[in-house]
Design a binder for this molecule. Structure first.
Ligand SMILES: Nc1nc2c(ncn2[C@@H]2O[C@H](COP(=O)(O)OP(=O)(O)O)[C@@H](O)[C@H]2O)c(=O)[nH]1
Ligand SMILES: [Mg+2]
Length: 487
């Protein structure tokens, strides 16, 4: 990602503000932003980062949970009950044709903002989404607002994460852009709840959904972030054999290749049809409670992991600068210097020998003797020759420096892969360390001075303090446990 440095500053300020808003009495993550900013200074001075880049944009600050599935499967009803407020409209006809990104805000009312607001919102991992929307949308001109809206709401249950409600899914009638946006959201999400409707266990819409959402998820490396939920299971209570609906559903999933994975059966008691038979009612309620507890645990886990993941990334990046990147750069610089000296020697040695041969053959060694004198006297030809020689030497020397540096970077690309995240950082830092203006004799990579070393050590210490603070927050039984609020 590339932005102007004022944009980055705005982003970081806004990030800090949102974190402070979300955790007014727990500044750990807001402090972590400050540590990331400190690390940016080191990154900038070493050349690892461009001025318009920040380590803080490399982490997802708010994990995303996407709720996908068929039309009127009860996605919005589920989300409202999770939030414990009626934020989303619900109903049997299509009520929403946009994706709704739901974020926490302390301010006491739910607010809807146009999708364009997401573009500048650091909470959303689509930071600068309009560009990718342009790629996604076939019309090109279509605005992000046509696909996305942002809602903020004061529900405690959404603190520390983002929920995405989606329009009903119908692979046949969907605009291609919506399908692509769905894939984009799936890729960015930390957890994906796929809702099906027990009222319509096997209509075509479900088959299409299965084919599109499920078969795509089966072979993914992150397949375990998908939870498959058969909702509105209450309607099967009147059937002679309620289990048959569940089996049919699981068979459909198996047909598209999903044999393992997490399957849940739930319903929303407030929206459900009353279950008359007390035995069936009890059985349904028990299963529902178990499954809801599992789903809630996964959602809470995401929030806890988020904090540790962010602080972990801070510590890991600082340590990798100190231990790996600096060592690797120093090593490369050492090789670079000795090779440059070697090739300088070869080049100038060869030139000297050739010059010697030429002078001998022309029997004109005398020129060499008179040359300094002529130069002192200000002879223009002599000055021109001397300047030409000097410039040639400089040109050859710097060409060798560049060529050797490029060769070493090529080797590095082979070693770690040129698409590796840090490869670009190495290239920028090594180019800075071997830049024309930088004397070759300096040991150590550019920007890696006492201040930088001290800063990195401070950041590592700070990261340890944050982990301590998170342990206190998440494991202290008397304190704010955070997880019980959403049952
Ligand atoms: N019987 C029953 N109806 C439900 C349940 N959940 C939602 N509904 C109803 O199903 C309809 C569609 O729900 P909605 O949340 O709008 O579905 P969405 O399109 O997936 O967002 C609404 O009329 C809900 O009241 C449930 O668990 N059981
Ligand atoms: Mg809905």
């Amino acid at each position: 990602m590339s932005h102007s440095s004022t944009q980055i500053n705005k982003y970081l300020k806004s990030l800090q503000k949102h974190l402070a808003d979300e955790h007014p009495d727990n500044p750990t993550l807001a402090n972590a932003v400050k540590s990331f900013r400190k690390m940016d200074y080191v990154g900038h001075s070493m050349g690892l980062l461009n001025k318009d880049e920040s380590y803080a944009t490399c982490v997802t600050w708010w994990p995303m949970i996407a709720v996908l599935g068929t039309f009127s499967a009860g996605k919005s009803t589920y989300i409202n009950s999770y939030l414990d407020m009626k934020l989303q409209r619900t109903g049997n006809q299509a009520v929403d044709d946009k994706f709704t990104v739901i974020c926490y805000s302390r301010h006491n009312e739910a607010k809807t903002l146009p999708g364009i607001a997401l573009d500048a919102d650091p909470r959303f991992p689509f930071f600068q989404i309009s560009r990718s929307i342009e790629e996604i949308s076939e019309a090109g001109q279509e605005r992000i607002d046509a696909y996305l809206q942002l809602k903020t709401c004061p529900s405690e249950n959404i603190r520390g994460k983002i929920l995405i409600d989606s329009p009903g899914f119908d692979a046949d009638n969907q605009r291609a852009s919506t399908l692509r946006l769905t894939q984009h959201i799936i890729n960015l999400s930390d957890l994906v709840l796929v809702f099906f409707d027990a009222r319509h266990p096997e209509p075509k819409a479900m088959q299409d959904t299965l084919a599109y959402l499920v078969s795509a998820s089966v072979n993914r490396a992150d397949a375990n972030k998908f939870l498959y939920i058969l909702n509105q299971i209450d309607v099967t209570a009147q059937e002679d054999n309620p289990e048959e609906v569940v089996s049919a559903w699981q068979r459909s999933l198996a047909e598209v290749g999903l044999v393992t994975g997490r399957f849940y059966r739930i319903y929303n008691p407030a929206a459900a049809v009353p279950i008359a038979n007390p035995h069936i009612k009890e059985r349904f309620e028990k299963k529902r409670e178990e499954d809801m507890a599992d789903i809630n645990a996964r959602m809470h886990q995401i929030e806890v992991e988020r904090s540790y993941r962010i602080v972990g990334k801070l510590e890991q990046t600082a340590k990798s600068i100190k231990n790996q990147i600096v060592n690797k750069l120093s090593d490369m610089l050492k090789k670079w210097k000795s090779k440059v000296i070697l090739f300088d020697g070869l080049a100038f040695g060869t030139l000297a020998v050739l010059a010697g041969i030429a002078l001998t053959m022309n029997e004109s060694w005398g020129i060499v003797k008179t040359f300094p004198e002529e130069l002192m006297q200000g002879d223009t030809t002599a000055i021109a020759i001397a300047s030409f020689l000097a410039l040639s030497i400089i040109f050859i020397h710097f060409s060798i420096r560049r060529a050797v540096a490029n060769k070493l970077l090529k080797n590095l690309a082979k070693e770690i892969g040129s698409d590796h995240e840090v490869y670009k950082q190495y290239v920028q830092a090594f180019n800075k360390s071997t830049a024309t203006y930088r004397p070759m004799l300096l040991s150590g990579p550019a920007g890696w001075n006492d201040v930088a070393q001290q800063t990195i050590d401070e950041i590592i210490n700070e990261a340890n303090d944050y982990i301590q603070a998170l342990n206190d927050q998440f494991t202290n039984p008397s304190g704010n446990e955070g997880g019980n609020s959403q049952v």
